[in-house]
Design a protein around this ligand. Structure first.
Ligand code: S3P
Length: 171
């Protein structure tokens, strides 16, 4: 079992899908944002506010090196910008969760905790800027992906099954 690395835009459902895949498989899951928050003992929002984005990106690089060296057989969900680390492909099989921008925003807004989900993401505060970021990143996600899963209009169960079926080939 190689590592599975979930990449994709903020709010697409990487964490939710990772937890479901873990529940229905032997994978244990890790989340790069959670690792950073516990390393720093503060939220991503605070890290951005107090030390800026460049500091956060340096932490992502550090985590990426640790993942490559020390983590095996694990499902790894990542922050939306993590895919940029240089050694990404050495960490595991890259699964891109794809969805149109409007569907992502709708998903967040319709969530019972939607307001909190928006607030905790510094790069989603300005939706126009976020759409620009989405447009710039989508082709890059496609470029690094080994597997693309279109999550729009699919249930969590469908996404889970599709991921587990497609990653089997990489065992
Ligand atoms: C970011 C996405 C966030 C978090 C940080 C930066 C990004 O993670 O890592 O706010 O650059 O897209 P989610 O994708 O889980 O929101």
């Amino acid at each position: 079992m190689k590592n599975i690395v979930l990449v994709g835009f903020m709010g697409v459902g990487k964490g939710t899908i990772a937890r479901s895949v873990a529940k229905h498989s032997k994978y244990i899951n890790l989340d790069t944002d959670d690792i950073i928050e516990s390393m720093e003992n503060r939220s991503i929002k605070k890290i951005f506010a107090e030390d800026g984005e460049a500091y956060f990106r340096a932490l992502e690089k550090e985590i990426a090196i640790w993942l490559e060296k020390s983590v095996k057989n694990t499902l790894i969900s990542t922050g939306g910008g993590f895919y940029k680390v240089k050694n990404l492909k050495k960490i595991g099989v890259i699964v891109f969760l794809d969805s149109p921008f409007d569907a992502i925003i709708k998903r967040i807004k319709e969530h019972p905790n939607g307001k909190k989900k928006l607030k905790k993401r510094p790069l989603l505060q300005d939706l126009k800027a976020a759409k620009k970021l989405y447009d710039a990143r989508r082709p890059e996600y496609l470029k690094v992906a080994d597997i693309v899963i279109n999550v729009e209009n699919k249930t969590l169960q469908e996404c889970t099954k599709e991921i587990l079926k497609k990653v089997k080939k990489y065992d």
